[in-house]
Design a protein around this ligand. Structure first.
Ligand SMILES: Nc1ncnc2c1ncn2[C@@H]1O[C@H](COP(=O)(O)OP(=O)(O)O)[C@@H](O)[C@H]1O
Ligand SMILES: [Mg+2]
Length: 245
């Protein structure tokens, strides 16, 4: 029954955001910064698109969240951690809570589908018994059960990206970052990947997707952050739910 008081939303509003950019700027060299003075908050369970033309600073934002690079000024907080305070030895562990997929899939060419996904579990020392259970489960969600013995070269682009997604998700990350995940896919495969990202988000993972695909952004009706020349020029919630800021 509909209630005027939405408890779930009220609880979300008092919870600290899972991602915070606080006056973040990044300059790779002297000259124009790649991003300037970005302020941004993303709550747990949100689905957010980051759009903007090439060179506008989208990948720089993703790299900052992964702590692949450091801001020139400002602070990035992810998973309630100030990333500037993470010591080198803690970075690998920090990244375990973040799944990542890229445009070019980045699969291991000489390993089959099962092993590509299992790899993500082996590197964190997951016991074989868990791998045998969890890898087939995520491959099934991605519609890849039949392909578990195939090599990446034997798969279509869409299938390869689903393997990359399975690998990103097998360790149940809190956040999934996708940098142009459909950049190399045709419209049908792009749409399939978006549907999977939506399902993953509905199960609770915070999903952040960088994309050029305006059609997909229009169809999905999610929060859209637009970058232009390193500046955040708009942050809009499409559809019903408004995020608290
Ligand atoms: N490693 C780097 N060294 C120098 N400049 C870089 C580097 N990476 C990105 N840039 C510059 O920073 C700006 C933003 O790049 P990027 O974040 O990759 O944009 P986008 O992902 O939106 O295409 C661009 O002008 C780009 O040339
Ligand atoms: Mg980019």
């Amino acid at each position: 029954m509909a209630s005027s008081y939405d408890l779930k939303k009220a609880l979300k509003d008092i919870e600290a955001p899972v991602i915070i950019f606080e006056n973040v700027s990044k300059s790779y060299q002297k000259g124009t910064p790649a991003i300037s003075n970005i302020n941004l908050q993303i709550r747990k369970g949100e689905f957010v698109f980051i759009v903007g033309s090439s060179g506008s600073g989208k990948s720089t934002m993703i790299k900052l969240m992964l702590k692949e690079i450091e801001p020139t000024s400002g602070k990035v907080f992810v998973n309630y951690k100030d990333l500037s305070r993470l010591r080198n030895g803690q970075v690998a562990k920090y990244r375990r809570n973040i799944g990542v997929v890229f445009q070019n899939f980045r699969l291991l060419k000489d390993r089959n589908v099962f092993e590509n996904v299992a790899f993500a579990q082996r590197v964190i020392g997951m016991p074989t018994s868990s791998i045998r259970r969890q890898v087939p489960a995520i491959l099934s969600v991605m519609g890849l059960s039949e392909k578990h013995e195939s090599l990446p070269s034997e798969l279509s682009g869409g299938e390869q990206q689903r393997v990359a997604l399975a690998r990103a998700l097998v360790n149940k990350p809190v956040i999934l970052l996708a940098d142009e995940p459909t950049g190399n896919l045709d419209p049908k495969n792009s749409w399939d990947i978006m549907q999977l990202l939506d399902e993953i988000n509905k199960k609770g993972t915070t999903v952040i997707v960088v994309t050029h695909n305006q059609e997909i952004v229009n169809m999905m009706q999610k929060r859209v952050i637009t970058m232009n020349n390193g500046i955040l020029i708009s942050d809009e919630q499409k559809g019903g739910y408004t995020h608290g800021t």
